[in-house]
Design a protein around this ligand. Structure first.
Ligand code: VTB
Length: 349
């Protein structure tokens, strides 16, 4: 146990470094209008630092399948002891890893708020191997745990959240991705009387905000990516919040033409091959992130609700991150200064 906690502490610091590196690389490209390039540099930076971490890591959520992603592909082995095929002398932990080196590529490319570099890790089997399809989600913080139901009408959920927070529905702010597919949700939230923040991208950082008091975000509702859903769940578990989700592939629900999504038969077969036999199942926090030893790390690329973006100054850069562990229950906001200048470098508070 003592050994495990030491490992958890050390790994969380290592993962902090991994996210910081990805965020710094991406932030350098902020505003260049090239989302693919921003993503690529984040992936490369994350991959490079990952190999300095003493672990037997395995990517379970990454940049895609091996043939389409040169780095951080699903199934890739990462961490010290691999790469050149050498075995580590000391035993090192077996870790499953979910990454999103640049969550919100568009946000970074445009210099908009809330782009982050993200990683979650757990013991083997501790994170759901989610397919890269869409997922319906509802995310709330600890106060509203136990009173939401993804199948209930929006108004009912909002009523329950408001009750738990000791306020009126009118005092709630709900984040929703600004997409055609969310017309009904948006209409329902408006009709119920709550305030809405429509965002162009990034339901992962939005979900995390919903689980932290003081952000003035009380829930995040709607359809986003399933991989982002697993990463959100890892964070939500550390924050004692709740997430409920369900996979979505029906083009009608997604508000897209049939030819824009893979045919249902193909999706169902793929899900089956990934071990998902009941595709309509409601996945909650525990289903998405069943691990006992979850580590979650994220670094701000651009300014956001919880983290500041990377700041570059003459003799270094400054990053702001969130690092959390589910077992030892630490929530750390880490303000790092990466000095590159000489002995006269001035450190600002
Ligand atoms: C979702 C959401 C992400 O991209 O994956 C979204 O979870 C893509 O949705 O946070 P669309 O296909 O509707 O654009 C993000 O917003 C950013 O990666």
């Amino acid at each position: 146990m003592g050994e495990d906690l030491r490992t958890e502490r050390e790994l969380s610091l290592d993962f902090l470094r991994v996210c910081e590196a990805a965020a710094i690389a991406a932030a350098r490209t902020m505003g260049q209008g090239d989302r693919k390039f921003s993503d690529q540099v984040a992936v490369e930076a994350m991959r490079e630092v990952m190999d300095s971490v003493p672990m037997r890591g395995r990517v379970v959520i990454g940049e895609g399948e091996r043939d389409e992603a040169p780095m951080l592909y699903i199934g890739e082995e990462v961490g010290g002891g691999f790469g050149d095929g050498a075995e580590m002398a000391a035993p090192c932990p077996e870790v499953d890893i979910a990454v999103d080196p640049l969550e919100g590529t568009n946000l970074c490319a445009l210099g908009a708020n809330n782009a982050i570099a993200v990683l979650a890790a757990a013991e083997r089997g501790g994170l759901l191997h989610a397919p890269d399809i869409y997922m319906d989600k509802i995310v709330v913080g600890p106060s509203s745990r136990g009173v939401i139901d993804i199948d209930a009408p929006v108004k009912e959920n909002l009523k329950n959240i408001a009750r738990r927070l000791g306020r009126d529905i009118e005092d709630l702010t709900i984040i929703v991705l600004d997409r055609k597919r969310h017309k009904k949700i948006i209409d329902d939230v408006r009709e119920a009387g709550a305030r809405i923040r429509l965002i162009s991208d990034g339901d992962l950082s939005a979900g995390i905000s919903a689980a932290v008091a003081g952000t003035n975000i009380h829930a995040c509702i709607g359809i986003g990516g399933a991989p982002e859903g697993v990463l959100t769940a890892a964070a939500i578990k550390c924050l004692n919040g709740e997430i409920q989700t369900r996979l979505v592939w029906d083009p009608e629900r997604l508000g897209v033409d049939k030819d824009k999504v893979p045919p249902e038969k193909e999706v169902l077969e793929r899900l089956k091959s990934m071990g998902i036999n009941d595709p309509n199942k409601v996945y909650d926090t525990e289903d998405l992130a069943p691990g006992k030893k979850i580590i979650f790390a994220a670094t701000g690329v651009t300014d956001g609700a919880l983290m500041r973006g990377v700041r570059f100054f003459g003799s270094g850069k400054r990053t702001h991150s969130l690092v959390m562990t589910s077992e030892s229950k630490h929530i750390r906001f880490v303000d790092s200064i990466h000095i590159e200048g000489g002995p006269d470098t001035v450190i600002r508070f």
